[in-house]
Each structure stands twice: as structure tokens, then as C-alpha cells.
Unconditional design. Sequence first.
Lengths: 419, 270
Amino acid sequence: MIVFNGPFGVFEEKEFSLGTKSILKSIASSNAFSFLGGGDTETALLSFKIPKNRFSYVSLSGKASLKFLSGKTLSAIEELKNHKKQFFGLFELKKEKLLPFLKELNKKTELIVPSLDHRKIKRFKPFPEANLYMEKPTTFSTKKYFLPSGEALFEFNEKNSSYSVKPLPRAGNRIFFGIRSCDLHAISIIDSVFLKEPIDSFYWEKRENSILIGLSCEEAGENCFCTSLGTHLPQEFDLFFWRNGKNYLAEVGSEKGLKLINKKFFSSTEKHSPLTVPKTPRKINSKNFEEILEKNFSHKEFEKNADICLSCGSCTMVCPTCYCYRIKDDFALLSNDAVRMREWDSCQLKRFTRVSGDHIFRKSRTSRLRHFILHKLLYHKKNFPQHLCVGCGRCIDVCPVSIDIVKIVNNISGEKNEE
Amino acid sequence: MPEPCIIKKIKEESPKVKTFTLSFKDSSAQKNFSFLPGQFVELSVFGVGEAPISISSPPSQKNSFDLSVMKAGKVTDELFELKEGATVGVRGPYGNSWPLEELNEKNVYLIAGGIGVAPIHSLLLHLLENPSLCKKITLYYGSKSPKEIIYRELMNKLQKNSSINTLLAVDCKDEDYKCHVGLVTDLLKPETINPENAVALICGPSVMIHFVSLKLKELGFSEERIYASLERLMYCGTGKCGHCMIGEKHVCLDGPVFPLNKINLFQEEE
């Protein structure tokens, strides 16, 4: 093994370059395992036109390489080790065994599955009443099961002008089946907000009591653009069902998921999980859209779309990651009891930023629409690991005036839309 | 979940402002409640909802804390109906505080408008108790009229006390009082302000912050020496409800006090 950690002398000057050049060339032609480190080393390789692939490993950092070789730990690598995806196994499930498997799950626990209702709306409903539907992505995500549109937080009652606060009973265990990759990402995005200190206990209980079983997509929705955001590959699931011809391959993602692998239904397999996902019809063309949005706060595209925007807030209601809420108290008419409620709110409504004295901070539609788009694709990632958008395209599906986040971002980037 | 608090005392400061002295029902909760000047709490009036309110008493006041509240919305309307001895709920404290370390060895200019004087009051008392924290203090305070000037006894005392230059402004005079008639920005003159080795701290309505900061910059303050405490709608205080965002910043977590170079205050307001 050869370790090379920096050039010999001032290789930038032709008179002093010969030593470095000939040593690098001879390492390149040797059969030994070669490890090169340091920024100057890379510059030398470039200036001598020696291709990097002639060496076993080239690191850009000299000091960190030496530290690592001397047996010390590097914090970034330690972090990666901590977060490496644990492999729990892969199992096969025959298609005809899916329903029996779901029925078995439902024996002990409430099971929520995607369902098609008589109005052709696809939403998650309890099994077995649900009309199980697995073809296309669902109209609504599982958001309401973790963040209900109206949620009672606690109850309090008045007695002699004093109040006592008492907690309410909590949701039981639930298993979710059929969550698509984008919606799994959406759940982990909301986790990063609500499970950040101080932890939201109401959300935590519901998350803690749930098991997530994902399902790969057969066909993309009309406005899907998950591949633009990297949410097409699943993460943070307990089980994930890959469609594989006539069968499913179940990838296990956690201990909880492993417990669901019942040998009555599943068989072990040596196959790899098929990482194929359908091609999405929509795409954010620009890779560096964050940078572009950062620079184009006042772009006329926002105003143009705000002109037709109705500020109805539908986009935020169907969004699987929109988590904003408001608080209010509901009083019972005939008793002294009241409940504190938390309800979904929408940044598209004018009163979202209203403070006492009727001052509104985002008065214009332009400022509200812009806040929605920038919060999704720019602001959120400055505070959290991911964007606040998973590319499910639901906001485009439901917009009554066809405002289209993909189009807006592409127009701002000055690139052509795919249609 | 909000912790029950008893209203110990209510003091009428002006026709629209009352100072509520609160103390936690649970004495250990009161013991553990510590805060810095500039922080706020979420105040629950049961049956109505919650509102973010700045603490106006200094941290040294241990057995209770004060909230000076203006009657201005649903929660505060109902709060004004309550009597001494009634129960309210409190969560917090939340937010950062006034930049206490930045005041060290500097001249401090406190600029308050309306009920924005409440968090300034907490800081002012803290600085009076700990004179080593900063050099000279100057207080500017703008109100609608002399009747609406709150903390009157303190203001009277300060106006007589020569160590703190106290300058008051009112929009119009409804009674005789030693103050300037006009805007608080009129008082910001080179004669009273020296930007050298100084920090300016502002709290008040959005428009006032805008004009005061313009004036201060004109007088030679750099943006990082001007701090503003901001008002936004907040339901959680913990960065989850999404209402108080300014760009990527959450006023409840990253603020409410911001140096002007760290936040683009007026970009979004249209």
C-alpha cells in the first residue's frame, strides 16, 4: 500500500516539478493499493494530467486523511455510521396472499388502507370497510391521522372561577398500509418538525403507536415530480412492499416491521429489491433551483400567478407536509366544560399573519403565494434536513385556477416546461 | 400544556392597558420559572384561546411575574373581564432575549412605542438593578397621548433622575405632561444620540420600527447595532404552528429580538 500525502516541493514551478511528477506517475503504474490525500495533490494530478482513476483512492483532504490513518475518528464518518440504514431482510409475498395478510394484521390492530370512494376520491380509510385501491397515488395523504384537521388537545372545566386542566384519552395502535414513497418522506419531514425539542406530545403519541407499510408506485399521478426532489425512493418505513411482477417483495425497515413477517404468508428470498419507479410526468428542470429562488424574491412570476390565485388554501389542505395550525377554545353551551382545539391553518388565508390592531404582515396575495412556494423549496431546508415538498403534485391537482408550483419554478429558472 | 396561574394583582396603567401580576398555582413551577428580559409567554384565557405576551417584570422578581397587556383582541378582551384571584394558563418562557452581552461597556438607547414599552420595561429595571451591565442609558418612549403613557410613576421618577435621559413623545396632548408632541423619531437627534460605542433596542408597532431604524441608520448606526423586538401571530411558541415566519426565520424561536442585519423585515410586508 502506498500513501501519498502532498507534493514534493514547489511543483507549480517547472524547475521543481520533476520529482513530484515522476513519483506520481510511478505510483499510477504500480499495482499497489494507492491512497492519495490533500488538495495540492489533486492540483498536481490535474497539472500533470494524470487521471485520478489510476489510483485506488484520492481524498481531497490531507489533514483529515492523516488523522483517519492515525486511528482517530472523523465526526462526519461517525455520523454516517450512526445513520447507516440497517438491513433487516427482504421477503416475498405472493399476490393472492396480500388480502389474507391484511386481514391477519387487522385482527389485532386498526388497519388503515388506501380506499376508493363513490366519488372517485382516493383516501386512507379503516379496513375492512375500505374499498382497497392500490393502482394510482391517493388524493389525500395520511396526514390527518397524525395531525387531525381538528384535534382536541385537552379539556378544562370551570369551578368557582378556577379551572382544572385534564388530558384527553389518546389514539390506539394503528397500522398503515399502502403509503407511497413520497408520503413516507412527508411523514418523516413532519417528524423532524414536531419531534424536535420541545417534542409535541400529541403528535408523538400517534407516531409512536403507528406502523408504516409502504407500497411502490405502479403508475405516477398526473402531476408527480418526486424524482426532482429525491423522494421517489422510500425511507423511514417499517415495511415496504415493492411490486415485483406477480408478487411483492417486502423490504423490512425496522424491528417493528420484522415482527410482521409471518411465515404463513412470506417466504425468504435472495432477490434484491427492485429500485424501479415509474417515470414522473413532471420535473423541476433546474438542479440549483434553491439558488435561483433565493435570487428571485421579486420575480414577476409570483405576481402573475397571484393575480389569478383565489387564496382558497386548497393547496395547503392537500399538501402532505403542510403542518401549520391555529389554536382555539370550544366551549360547551350547556356546561362549564371546554376543549382546547388545534386546527389546520393555511398561509394562503389573509388572516394567517393578522395581529391585534388588525395589522396583517402578508397582505397581498403575491406575498402569500410566494411564502408558500419559498417555504416549500427554499426556507424549510435552511432549518431542517429536507425540503418541505415531496413532489406529490397534489397542490397542482386541486388548484381551481391551475396554479402550478413546477411551472412557476421552471419559469423563474427561465427553462422550458415539459409540456 | 399551560400551567395554571393565579392573578395576584391587577393594576390599571391606562384606559387600555392593565398590568397583571401572576403567580403559578404550583409553587415549584413558580420556583422553576426563570426568564431573561425580552422573553415572552403564551397566555391562556380558558374558553377563548392563547396569545403571546411579553414579560414586563425584571428577572429578579421571583415570587410572581408581570404581564402588561393592551386590550386589543379576543384573548385580551376576555382577560380584561377577569378579577384578581382568577385563574389563567401560562406556557413558556419562549424566545431569545434582549442581547445582554452586547450591552457590555456600551451606551444603550431604548426606544419604545405604545405597548412595546413592556419588554423594554423588563430590561430597563434589570439594567437599573445591575448598573455594571452597560454604560449610559437613554430612554425614548412614544405614546398616543399622556393618558396612555404607562408605568407613569417610573417615568416621573426617571424624568427627575438625571442618570437616565428619558424623552417622551405623544401624538397629541390630552393633559398637561412634560413631553414632546409629535413622533418619537423627532426626538432622535444628534444632540441626544451618539452612535459611537452604542446599541439601540427598539420595540413598538411595525411602522415605528421601520421609521426609527431608518432614522438611526441616518444618524450613523450600523444595522448590527440596532435590535428590534418583533410582534407576530404565534400559536405555539416552539416553531411548529408556522404563523410567525419571516423568510426562513421563526420569530418565536430565532427572535423575537433580531439585529436588523439578520432579518429582512419589510421585504414581505406588502
